[in-house]
Design a binder for this molecule. Structure first.
Ligand code: BGC
Length: 754
């Protein structure tokens, strides 16, 4: 059969990147299957119905669903779970369907399956890819013993506008940090061998420019330059692909009028042909059907044809392929080879997961009872949660608290277990979460708790009691922010101040003049400049997962020093968004002097309250001896950048050493600063360690007319503790022009510590 042969040839062609080319055995199996499959069976493989709802997994697997599986009408289910349940379901596919092709079971494991670790934005704040890898590995174990093969993570959408509620699911504003976190998650979920033990298939999403939705409105259009698309948005996707991610999901939205689910240039052209991706491309939920609402297809059959032509292999939840692809083929037989290609990708993925060899490889009823929220898994979640806490401010060394202190805990979020586990929770249960209040009560004797006011209520009747508690205490922990449902999908907000009665509560407690530590929770940066100015100490603590309370108590009581860093700046006002530390210089750079006409608002101070990379410690650190091993390098060379970092404080602590670059003179304007390396390292008091970054000239390339140009000239380097706390500077030169084939920010800088 011609289609099958063409497919096998395509699959056997080596592709760039890390995914192993299909073995001859896989290719042969796929060829044989394709030759035997009817068109209905092929389209069946491309159909991914919901097997349940997020809140009621498996609820849609009824007699009709099983019949469809028997007919070969389903390739994959999402929103299903459970080792025994999925074993039984798989049995129907591999024993009762004609071709016995195993099903793929998928679920959103965004920050844990049962053991929920910090939300992704908080994980990015750890600046510790190894911690992220450990969390993803743990999640993969729990997911895979529950019979699931596939998670819809990592979400790698770079986002510079926290009005977008989905910033909680990503790694923040920076493409380099995003790339590092994409790799850590992908490798944590999949390991190096998808057919190995306890793996799950990763899904890099949402391919396109979903993080660039206009005004931060979820699902809305993105309209951005080719340069921003390639330099800022694409790197983390490329990094995830290179790390071997076995699937990609297309975004809901359009870029300049082209919905990504129908964007052949981006999906087929860039991802498939240029980057060599040969895994599954799945649509987002119902996104093929929504091509009609976008106004690019008139009928479901046209929508199906467009998505197929664009390179979308599997239709999530919408059922458009299942119901309409056949009639699209009847009208346009040239779609047939594209169907074979799509089915080939799906079958290849099933083969890579080892499902043809053992369709019951995933799912372990006995281990399912022992691994969930086990002590080792809690330990991994606690380590990550501690690492994610960002100390924003600590005037007068108010933190850590003395263990003898009389502490008032004010704010309903302090005891909100549901919020601790975040909005995506897979099989997480709020009863697994230990809140800050619960943890503090076990560690301190004098704790008074007054909820005061809540994020979802304007009721201020509790404020007076909170004020009394603050007056009577030595120190007040003022716990405010957003609950789990204020951020996430479709939770865009135009106003980023504190919701509900919390602002009035905070103002009243701060007005007591007593020491107050502001503990800010939530899934996105909030605009609370006045509270951050007034409170002597403040922490950004996100939504930290099941070990929220114990981890936060560790930090508050000084059992661990904070070292988290902001993965997105904290804005002054939603009206100043979007913004990033990595902006262009402009012809009239922002100037504090309002008498000058410069790139700023007249009614808002310049820049964020705290920028990308900011985060303090209970220790202090000195940076010295910044040296480069070469003054000039060629376009294919690297330069080693070494700096000595000393803990000059009194406690053991982590420091996040950050390397930024700038190309001060180029054919196009370059950002004022771009992260190109970081390392979180532990230092004892008085200890010095030397950190070496090996930076390649290719990492300084910029997008110009469809290519990555490395332009000769000077590159400035900045090393420091934050994007606005640069401690040492140096420069090197690139001797001649050159070209690169990889997004500059997708290339990760090797770092060694001596
Ligand atoms: C989201 C995806 C998610 C999918 C399946 C969609 O609404 O945009 O991120 O993976 O649902 O739950």
């Amino acid at each position: 059969m011609a289609g099958g042969f063409a497919l096998a040839t395509t699959l056997l062609t080596p592709r760039p990147g890390r995914a192993a080319p299909p073995t001859a055995a896989h290719a042969q199996r796929i060829k044989t299957l394709l030759a035997r499959m009817t068109l209905d069976e092929k389209i069946g493989q491309m159909h991914q119905p919901a097997g349940g709802r997020q809140k009621a997994l498996n609820s849609k697997i009824d007699a009709a669903a099983l019949d469809l599986v028997r007919q070969g009408g389903v390739g994959s289910y999402l929103h299903v779970a459970g080792a025994q349940f999925l074993r039984d379901l798989q049995k129907v596919a591999v024993e009762e369907s004609r071709l016995k092709i195993p099903l793929l079971f998928a679920i959103d494991v965004i920050h844990g399956f049962r053991t929920l670790y910090p939300v992704p934005l908080a994980m990015a704040a750890t600046f510790d890819p190894e911690a992220y890898r450990a969390c993803a590995r743990m999640a993969a174990v729990e997911t895979s013993v529950s019979g699931l093969h596939w998670t819809f993570a990592p979400m790698v959408d770079v986002a510079r506008d926290p009005r977008w509620g989905r910033v909680v699911e990503g790694a923040g504003e920076d493409p380099y940090l995003g790339s590092a976190m994409a790799v850590a998650q992908t490798e944590g979920f999949q390991t190096k061998d998808l057919a190995g033990r306890d793996t799950v298939l990763a899904c890099v999403k949402h391919f396109g420019a979903y993080g660039a939705v206009a005004g931060g409105r979820d699902y809305d259009s993105a309209d951005l330059s080719e340069r921003t698309l390639n330099e800022v948005v694409m790197p983390a996707f490329h990094a995830g692909k290179t790390a071997g991610a076995g699937s990609f999901m297309t975004a809901f939205n359009d870029i300049g009028g082209v919905p990504t689910t129908a964007n052949a240039a981006l999906v087929r052209g860039q991802l498939r042909d240029k980057w060599g991706f040969d895994g599954i491309v799945v649509s987002d939920w119902n996104a093929i059907a929504e091509l009609i609402a976008h106004g690019v297809a008139e009928t479901p059959a046209q929508a199906a044809a467009l998505a197929l032509k664009a390179g979308v292999d599997m239709d999530m939840a919408g059922g458009v392929y299942a119901a309409h692809l056949k009639s699209a083929v009847a009208e346009d037989p040239s779609l047939l080879p594209l169907i074979d290609q799509a089915v080939g990708h799906i079958l290849l993925t099933k083969a890579r997961l080892g499902l043809f060899d053992d369709p019951y490889r995933f799912g372990d009823v006995a281990r399912e009872k022992t691994v969930m929220v086990s002590a080792p898994h809690r330990a991994i979640a606690r380590d990550a949660a501690r690492k994610a806490v960002v100390l924003l401010k600590n005037d007068g060394a108010l933190l850590p608290l003395a263990k003898t202190a009389k502490v008032a805990v004010v704010g309903a979020l302090a005891d909100d277990a549901r919020s601790a586990i975040g909005s995506w929770k897979a099989r997480g249960e709020e009863t697994d979460a230990v809140t800050l209040l619960a943890a503090l009560k076990t560690r301190l004797s004098g704790v008074t708790y007054v909820p005061g006011a809540a994020p979802r209520s304007d009721d201020l009747s509790g404020v007076a009691a909170a004020v009394e508690a603050a007056k009577a205490a030595d120190v007040t922990l003022l716990v405010v922010g957003e609950d789990f449902d204020h951020s996430a999908e479709s939770r865009s907000r135009a106003d980023l101040s504190l919701p509900g009665g919390q602002k009035a509560l905070a103002d009243a407690v701060l007005a007591t003049g007593k020491p107050v530590v502001l503990v800010v929770m939530g899934g996105r940066p909030l605009a609370i400049p006045d509270l951050l100015a007034k409170a002597p100490a403040s922490l950004m603590t996100w939504l930290l997962g099941v070990e929220s309370g114990p981890a936060l108590a560790d930090i508050l009581l000084g059992e661990a020093s904070p070292a988290g860093r902001l993965p997105m700046g904290l804005p002054r006002d939603a009206g100043g968004l979007p913004e990033t530390y990595a902006h262009y210089p402009t012809g009239r750079p922002a100037n504090p002097d309002l008498a000058q006409d410069t790139a700023r608002y007249h009614d808002l101070d310049i820049g964020p309250v705290y920028p990308f990379g900011h985060g303090l410690s209970y220790a202090s650190f000195a940076y010295s001896d910044l040296t480069l091993d070469k003054a000039t390098i060629g376009p294919n060379d690297t330069v080693s950048v070494t700096v000595a970092v000393t803990n000059t404080g009194k406690v053991a602590a982590d420091e996040v050493v950050q390397l930024y670059m700038r190309d001060p003179l180029a054919a196009v304007a370059r950002p004022v600063k771009e992260l190109r390396g970081f390392r979180r390292l532990a230092l004892k008091p008085g200890e010095t360690r030397r950190v070496t970054f090996k930076l390649a000239a290719r990492q300084c390339a910029f997008w110009e007319a469809g290519r990555w140009r490395i332009q000769k000239g000077k590159i400035e380097l900045m090393v420091g503790a934050s994007s606005d706390d640069i401690r040492a500077r140096a420069a090197f030169a690139i001797s001649v022009d050159g070209w690169s084939d990889t997004p500059a920010a997708a290339l990760l800088t090797p770092v060694t510590v001596a």
